[in-house]
Design a protein around this ligand. Sequence first.
Ligand SMILES: [Zn+2]
Length: 97
Amino acid sequence: MRTDTPIPSKHQGRLIHTLYGWYALTREQSDLGPFDTPEKASRALNGHIKVFKGLNSRLPGQPGRMHLHDAAQCSRTNCGLCVEARIVEQSLMVATS
Ligand SMILES: [Zn+2]
């Protein structure tokens, strides 16, 4: 990973890497991405947090959806976790066929 643009540690748990690129997970309806580098995802997340600060007074901290994501139940419009789940699903199908 390149280190020219340091990624804030509070972003570490919110950036995920998929086959299609990097996603920044948000607490809003849509995740950000895909981006080709984690730095870009981090920068987008920074901008996003600035926009939503004060508008969104839900519990601070982690979005709380980092585990066992169910893509079939997900209603988000651009979801990094769904992308990841779909890739895992496809690679499992490839592995068993
Ligand atoms: Zn999802």
